[in-house]
Design a protein around this ligand. Structure first.
Ligand code: ATP
Ligand code: MG
Length: 467
């Protein structure tokens, strides 16, 4: 059964129960009180009659039944009773009041000085009867006082009818109210259920919009947080699958081009169809393409090893590493008319020196390839609280802003043919990115097209000056 229906039925049942108990208690208490009051007044009337008759009897011991009846008649009745009956034995001596003909009191014999109260129904009316007796001249006279109490019963019946109507109205209003309340209360749950159903069906953007300001809003908030994380995780997973597929595609493509060249030229050499000069050229192609394949496989291997991330960082001096690189690379670069300068802050931090060396060499190599003829490369290093930074700045051709986000992806190159001509596979920056990540850091790439590029590796392996 739906929660809303359960809540409504529960509330209505509770309402009907409480209203039912309270209503009937109230009506029954009021009925009892009125009955009690009628009883008291009937008893009062009976006392009046009894006293009067005894008085008449004591004043004159000679008084006969006529005097007694006369005294009773003189009392009149009015508000004292609805009916009075005086009887001796089987003889009715006196009857008066507005009691309809045919209604006779119950015959109840009591001892003198005592009275009895009884209730009975006659001719469609309810009566309260006080029965008693007086001794007159050694003769026992029975006195019955009757009060018509039908109006009390009528009042109770009309109260019950009104009460029943009120009960039905209360149940209807209560049902409508509790249905609305239940709808209001269960709305957040409905929204939560709808959102989770949509997510289960694959719509990961679905969220539960609950602003009830209570525990359900907290629950919905936590549900939405969970959905956010789920969405992010799945997006990351999809991205990783996409990258892997792209990687495989690019890798196959990178292999295919040199392989085709190598096979083509090797075939020409094999068939001895070339002149000595052409043969030399073909052999050169086979050699250079083979080299490219070798470099590609080395870098790929490096990338694979880096992904395992089980390197131990050692206390190292970035300035010493940079000085060593500059010493080796400066003569090579001068051949391209490129100057290489550096400035490195003194200090030691935790690094994997061979990997950092490879990172800097890759950045310098890229800088070199970004220049057509001559230029300047500047390596700088700063110490930071959590390690160090190493920047390589050049005044080469720069990188278009739209490409900046993509150049760290494996096999991505801004100008594919130029990179290929320069022997590149598009893996250098992917490697650098992995090396920075291994030092809890990242690459910060800034470039202005036509002016130059500055790539900073932020390395957060930790400071080690104290060691
Ligand atoms: P590999 O490094 O595998 O030999 P690559 O140098 O082409 O090949 P990456 O080092 O990953 O590959 O660089 C990716 C691309 O980013 C390069 O092809 C180049 O287009 C661009 N790039 C990188 N560094 C610079 C730079 N300093 N100036 C201009 N473009 C750059
Ligand atoms: Mg490179």
């Amino acid at each position: 059964m739906k929660l809303r229906v359960k809540l409504t039925l529960g509330t209505v049942a509770l309402l009907a129960l409480i209203f039912g108990i309270c209503g009937s208690l109230l009506i029954s208490a009021s009925f009892d009180a009125m009955l009690q009051s009628e009883r008291q007044s009937a008893l009062g009337s009976y006392n009046t009659v009894q006293n009067t008759l005894q008085l008449v009897n004591s004043i004159s011991t000679q008084s006969g039944l006529e005097d007694i009846v006369a005294a009773l008649r003189s009392l009149g009745g009015g508000s004292l009773w609805d009916g009075v009956f005086l009887r001796t034995g089987d003889t009715l001596l006196y009857a008066s009041g507005g009691i309809p003909d045919g209604v006779t009191p119950e015959r109840i014999d009591t001892r003198t000085g005592q009275c009895a109260v009884s209730y009975w129904t006659g001719e469609g009316s309810q009566y309260l009867q006080v029965s008693g007796s007086v001794n007159v001249n050694n003769q026992r006279l029975s006195v019955y006082i009757l009060t018509d109490i039908s109006h009390i019963y009528d009042l109770r019946d009309s109260q019950l009818a009104t009460y029943r109507r009120l009960l039905i109205l209360t149940v209807i209003i209560g049902a409508a109210g509790s249905w609305l309340m239940a709808a209001l209360l269960t709305r957040p749950l409905t929204r939560l259920a709808r959102a989770s159903r949509k997510i289960a069906q694959g719509d990961l953007t679905s969220r539960a919009n609950v602003t009830s300001g209570d525990e359900l809003e907290t629950l919905a908030g936590e549900f939405n947080d969970m959905a956010d994380k789920l969405e992010a995780n799945i997006a990351e997973l999809q991205d990783s699958v996409r990258r892997q597929t792209e990687f495989m595609g690019s890798f196959a493509h990178e292999l295919k081009t040199p392989m085709t060249s190598i096979i083509g030229y090797a075939d020409l050499i094999r068939r001895r169809m070339l002149t000595a000069e052409e043969e030399q050229e073909a052999a050169n192609y086979v050699f250079s393409e083979g080299r490219r394949l070798e470099s590609l496989s080395i870098k790929l291997l490096d990338l694979l090893i880096l992904k395992k991330r089980d390197f131990e960082l050692k206390v190292s001096s970035p300035s010493a590493i940079i000085a060593g690189i500059v010493r080796v690379m400066r003569p090579q670069l001068s051949e391209y008319d490129i100057t290489l300068r550096y400035r490195a802050a003194e200090g030691r931090c935790l690094l994997e020196p061979d990997l950092v060396k490879s990172l800097i060499i890759n950045l310098v190599d890229n800088a070199r390839k970004a220049m057509d003829s001559g230029g300047a490369i500047f390596i700088s290093s700063e110490m930071t609280d959590t390690g160090c930074t190493v920047s390589v700045t050049d005044n080469g051709r720069g990188i278009p802003e739209t490409e900046l986000a993509k150049i760290t992806e494996a096999f991505y190159r801004v100008d594919k043919s130029r990179s290929r001509a320069q022997g590149g596979a598009g893996l250098g920056l992917a490697l650098c990115n992995e090396i920075a990540a291994l030092h809890n850091g990242k690459l910060d790439i800034r470039s202005v097209e036509g002016k130059g590029t500055s790539i900073t590796a932020i390395l957060n392996g930790g400071r080690a000056d104290e060691a």
